[in-house]
Design a binder for this molecule. Structure first.
Ligand SMILES: [Mn+2]
Length: 282
């Protein structure tokens, strides 16, 4: 484990150091929302959609860790694929890729429990890697993917040049990681989360039009069906941890986007009963 983690620690920054906003071009890709330590959901997605590869590129949209019990396993799988396919696997940072948040929501405890000798060293390494994760990915100059959202101050050209060497994110970074959409126009502080903002459809249209983008894909909020559109179809929330609150509470989903850039949704729900089914039946 420490060697994969060490390899990730040594090499991952090499793949991540260029830009805070990744610009990629591909014909068909898959996009995932929050995983929150639900390894079973990640494996189910790989089973249904294929392992990451040049033919099956992925963007994982943050919140890999916390809440669930297998966060470190998820990171190891994702980092291994990132090292294998640096051009085809993209990991956006979420608000839970943050050591202060991890202290409160379970990841720190998970790592110290599983790695009693090297736990602290592993956490320190991960803290560094988290700070290097890109904040956003742009697909074919048309689709913007980031974890939380945008604000009336969001400028992708500024975000692309943000100094991520600092572990604690600054305010434009907080907007990207923590914000949620609202139905009214405008932009107000997100007091529920204590970071980022609530932004309205007017802000969505302005920011997307300024950058000539057609769609914003974000995660960060659990949705009953695993995905949900808002802001006249220009904002799409995707959430990939099924049974997030309780068994049966919600389905997880991932998106496939073809060359036409129209999203196709695949929903799933892992549970004790799906575990008893054969893989083909799930
Ligand atoms: Mn989140």
């Amino acid at each position: 484990v420490s060697s994969v983690c060490g390899a990730a620690g040594d090499e991952t920054p090499l793949h991540l150091e260029h830009l805070s906003v990744y610009r990629v071009f591909w014909t068909t890709g898959s996009y995932q929302g929050d995983l929150h330590g639900h390894l079973e959901d990640l494996l189910l997605i790989f089973y249904k959609n294929g392992f990451p590869s040049a033919e099956t590129p992925y963007v994982f949209n943050g919140d890999f860790v916390d809440r669930g019990k297998e966060s470190i396993e998820i990171l190891l799988v994702l980092f291994a694929f990132l090292l294998l396919y640096p051009h085809d696997v993209h990991l956006n940072r979420g608000n839970h890729e943050d050591h202060i948040v991890n202290l409160r929501y379970g990841f720190t405890k998970e790592v110290l429990g599983k790695y009693q000798v090297h736990g602290k060293m592993i956490l320190k390494l991960l803290q560094k890697i988290f700070s290097w994760l890109p904040l956003a990915t742009v697909i074919d100059q048309k689709v913007l993917i980031l974890h939380g959202g945008i604000s009336d101050k969001t400028d992708l050209n500024v975000i692309a040049k943000l100094d991520r060497h600092r572990v604690r994110p600054d305010s434009m970074c907080l907007d990207v990681l923590w914000s949620d959409p609202m139905s009214q126009n405008g932009c107000v502080p997100n007091e529920v989360r204590g970071g980022g903002c609530y932004w309205g459809p007017d802000v969505t249209h302005k920011v997307l039009d300024t950058h000539k983008l057609q769609l914003l894909i974000r995660s960060h909020e659990c949705k009953q069906e695993g995905y949900e559109f808002c802001h006249n179809g220009r904002v799409l929330t995707i959430f990939s941890a099924s049974n997030y609150y309780d068994v049966g509470s919600n389905r997880g989903a991932y998106i496939r986007l073809g060359p036409d850039l129209i999203p196709h949704f695949k929903q799933f729900q892992s549970s004790r009963s799906t575990r008893e089914l054969t893989l083909r039946q799930r």
